[in-house]
Design a protein around this ligand. Sequence first.
Ligand code: FES
Length: 203
Amino acid sequence: MTPPQKPQHSSPVHAEAEPAPPTRRSFFAVVAAVLAGSLAVLTPIGIGIAAFLSPLFRRTATSEVRVALLEQVPDDGQPRCFPVVADRDDAWTRYPAQRIGAVYLVRRPGEEKPIALTAKCPHAGCFIGYSESDELFKCPCHTSAFNLDGTRVRGDQEVAPRGMDELQVDVRQIAGPEGANVSEIWVRFVEFQTGVKERIPTT
Ligand code: FES
C-alpha cells in the first residue's frame, strides 16, 4: 500500500521587492550632489555681480599726474598755480582729461624739487588764492591765511582746522626733442576730507 502523499504546496507568488531603506552614505551623496550643483550655478552669478559692482568700491582718489615742467617753476620761492588734469572714473564711466584740482608749486632758492600744496582749502573746500603783496595764501571764503610752506598764519586761531595739504612730488627726466633731457614735475594727487584736523583721504 502506497503511503499517503503529502499535499503539494503551490509555489509562493514572488512579492515585489521593497526598496532598501536609505542608508546614511546615500544621504550624504545626495547632499554633496545638491551642493555641487548649487556651486556650479551660483559661482558664475556671484562673479558677475562682483564684476558689476566693483566700480562702486574702486579707489579713484589717488592719481600720479604730470603738472608742469621744472623750467616753469624757477627757484625764486614764488608760488605758481597749475591745474591737475587726469582721467576721472565715476562708477562705470571714465571721463578722460578732466580737471580734478589745482596745486601751487613753490621752489625755494637753490632747491631742485618744489613743494606742492593743493589749492583746495582744508576748511570747506574753497579755492585758495595767493596774495603777492602779503606773500601769503589766502582763502576768500572765511579769511584763513597760510604761509608759503602751507602752515596756518595764526595757527589754531584760523578757521581752517589744519594747514594746506601737501602732496608728494617727483621730478622725472624724459628725453626731449633734439636729445636734450627735460625735467617734469609729477604729483601724487590725493583729495582729503575738509573740516577736520587730520589729513584723511576722501576714499
Ligand atoms: S573755506 Fe577756506 S576758510 Fe573756509
